[in-house]
Each structure stands twice: as C-alpha cells, then as structure tokens.
Design a protein around this ligand. Structure first.
Ligand code: PLP
Length: 396
C-alpha cells in the first residue's frame, strides 16, 4: 500500500515550485528576457569568491577520503569547532563544537529539530504568514501546525493571539527572522516580550517549550539593522542556520542546528537531534561543503544588490498604487493584492508575464510574495509591466 500522505505531497507540488516550473516553460516559449519571474528564493547574486576558490583549494589539497568520505554523523569536528568559534566571537554567546550538528541546509535542520523536540499530537506554533514547508515538516511525524496570524500592519507577532494559542500541548514555536515571505525582522522589544510569554507558559505547564529559530536570512538585513541572537534571550532554543542564501549556494545543501548549551536537558536534546538525523537517513551533511565552510565564515554575497532591488520595487510599486509593509530583511516583498483573491491577481499578472506567488499557502490570504533576489535589470525591465497591471485595476 502506498503512503497516501506522502503521495499527496508528491502529487501536489508547492505553489512556489509550481509557478517556478510554469516560469521555465514560459521562458522556453517566449525567451528568458521576456518573463519577469519573481517566484523562487533562488539568489541571482554570485557567491563570494571564497566559495569557488575554497572549493578549488580543497580539490587540489585534500585527500579524496577527507573530501569525499563520510564525516561523523554530527559533522566534521574541525568544521564544527570553526563555526562554534565564529558564533562565540560574533554573537558574544559561548558555543562549543558539541552544540553543533551539521545538516543538509535549513530544511534538514528544521526536520531534525522538530522531530527531536516534538511528539506526535503536540502542537508547534507558526507565526503566519510563514514558509509553507513548516506545515509539511510538522505534520510528517503527526505534529499539529498551529497558525497564529501576525499583526498585519507590521508583521510583528500579535501577542494577544499568541497568548491564546499556547496550551499544555504546545511543544515549540518556530520564529523566522528575517521572515519569508514578509521580510519583517522581529524587533528586540518583541523578542523579549515573546520570550517572557514562553517562560511564563513553561512555568504554568511545567514543561519545556522550545523556540526553534529558522535563520537562513540572518545576514540579509538593511538599513544597519541587526538580528538579535535568540539563545541569549531564551534558554530552550535551537537555531537552524543555512548558508544557502548568505553564500548563494542553495543547491549545495549545507547548514547546521545549534542546540543551545543553556537548554536544561541539553544532552538529551542534542542526542535527539542526532537520532532524528539518523532516523531521517541523512547519515552526514555533504562532506566537501562542510569543509568549505571554515573559509567562508563571515562572508556573504553582495547584499547591497538586494537592498537596491528592495528600494526600487518599493518606490515604484507604491507609486503605482500597490501597498506593502516595508521589508527590513530577506529578499521578499509581501504585496497586498488589489482584489480579495490573490490567486486572481497572480493569474492576471501572468498575462503581463509577471510571475509571483499567491499568499494562501503562507497562511495569510490576500497577498502575493515577490521574490526580488533577481538581477536589478529584471526589475527595471518589469516595471512597465507592473504599471500596466496596476492600470488594469485602476490603481493609477
Ligand atoms: N526556511 C525558510 C524561511 C526558507 O525561506 C527556506 C528556503 O527558501 C528554508 C528554510 C530552506 O532553506 P535551505 O535551502 O537551507 O534548506
């Protein structure tokens, strides 16, 4: 018998992937330059030179067994040591190599973390709008995905709704800052408030409730903002980090889980993360990519390109009459649809060869996500089409 839950996931691709595939077909039909594809968070800014140079050096200088062999399940000790030292230095938070577990990107870091600290039937709070794969990752093992809508005027948490959502079955909350799809960065003030709420809930229910931070966009912030490091504010924290976006290497699949040393049952939680990785069949994160990381720590692709794109889109689209909460990070714009049905908006945009993603699957209807990690020229070329789209709704 086929596992119907899994068949369903395979048969119905994510809307994001569906639109990405549509874009590929359309580009083949009318030429790449004539399609304005804003569907996927696939960075177009080249990787910093440390990536290719680092790989070449590794290939030249490392033995095959060191480069292509298995590492220990939690990752190469030297690599974990380098990351631990980097976190300790940059965040002022003491981390040891034994707090780290190397993963196949943030997606695997999330599945390992969730599987480790949540039992079937327990609830995981996600702040909507949220990355749609969270629901898939949570429901895979029988967890319950509990959506709590943010304050849509700021896309910061709505604390009244959040407090009501916490109960004795709450096992964890996922925070994603900077956020996909809104670009919102959780303010320090709101982080402190959120941590206080969960500390109170832990006391009330006499159990550990974990904060799982999903941080693939940590370095992608604008206007001098910094992203607070959650383990400094809340002990029961696991950080899921990825190099996909900061180094423009999403297809290479490398990231880690940092299990905070301050977790009360640290040993058990770390063992559970290792056990989850084993049960999910990850064996170890890609060896060559692990070895690349020490020479790339602290480096990023040119984030200023995303900032230019953000400013350009924001200025022009608001001039055309569209509305949007100004994003402070990541590379997404969450635009309010001019009609109630965001799907209709997306379909109409396709007539102008613009591809963006309706917000329904992000748990917040009536918006579209524009992924602006594209070349600035694509945005410049797309502006007349956006203008026509606005005109078709009489926004101008
Ligand atoms: N979390 C969020 C919020 C994302 O946007 C993505 C990818 O787009 C991921 C996790 C998965 O990242 P990775 O490619 O590192 O698995």
């Amino acid at each position: 018998m086929i596992n119907e839950k899994m068949r369903g996931l395979g048969a119905k691709r994510s809307v994001i992937r569906e639109l990405f595939e549509y874009g590929k077909i359309r580009k083949a039909q009318i030429g790449e330059e004539n399609v304005f594809d804003f569907s996927l968070g696939n960075p177009s800014v080249p990787s910093p030179t440390c990536v290719n140079e680092g790989l070449i050096n590794l290939i030249k200088n490392e033995s095959a067994i060191s480069l292509h062999g298995y590492t220990s399940a939690q990752g190469d000790a030297g690599v974990r040591q380098a990351i631990a030292e980097y976190i300790t230095k940059t965040q002022g938070f003491n981390v040891d190599k034994d707090n780290l577990y190397m993963t196949v990107g943030a997606a695997a870091a999330l599945t390992c973390s969730l599987t480790a600290v949540v039992n079937p039937g327990e609830e995981v709070i996600v702040l909507a709008p949220y990355f749609p794969e969270y629901k898939v990752f949570i429901e895979r093992f029988g967890g319950v995905c509990k959506e709590v809508l943010c304050d849509t005027t700021t896309f910061q948490p709505d604390f009244e709704r959040l407090e009501k959502a916490i109960n004795k079955n709450t096992a964890a909350i996922i925070i994603n800052s900077p956020n996909n799809p809104t670009g919102a960065v959780l303010s320090e003030e709101n982080l402190v408030k959120l941590c206080a709420l969960f500390k109170k809930a832990q006391d009330k229910f006499g159990k550990s409730i974990y904060i799982i931070c999903d941080e693939p966009y940590r370095e992608l912030v604008y206007g001098g903002l910094t992203v607070p490091y959650v383990p400094k504010y809340y002990d029961n924290t696991l950080v899921c980090y990825s190099f996909s976006k900061s180094l423009s290497i999403p297809g290479e699949r490398i990231g880690y889980v940092m299990v905070s040393p301050k977790i009360k049952e640290f040993r058990e939680v770390y063992q559970a993360v290792c056990g989850a990785g084993r049960a999910l069949g990850f064996v170890c994160a890609p060896s060559m990519l692990q070895k690349l990381i020490p020479c790339c720590l602290g480096q990023t692709s040119d984030v200023s390109v995303y900032d230019t794109n953000r400013k350009l889109l924001l200025k022009e689209l608001t001039e055309y009459g569209f509305t949007c909460v100004k994003p402070d990070g990541a590379f997404y714009l969450f635009l309010k649809a001019p009609t109630e049905d965001a799907n209709e908006f997306c379909e109409r945009a396709k007539k102008f060869e613009i591809i963006f993603v309706p917000s329904d699957d992000f748990g917040c209807k009536g918006y579209v996500r524009i992924s602006y990690c594209v070349k600035t020229e694509q945005i410049e070329k797309a502006l007349p089409a956006f203008k026509k789209l606005a005109e078709s709704y009489n926004l101008i």
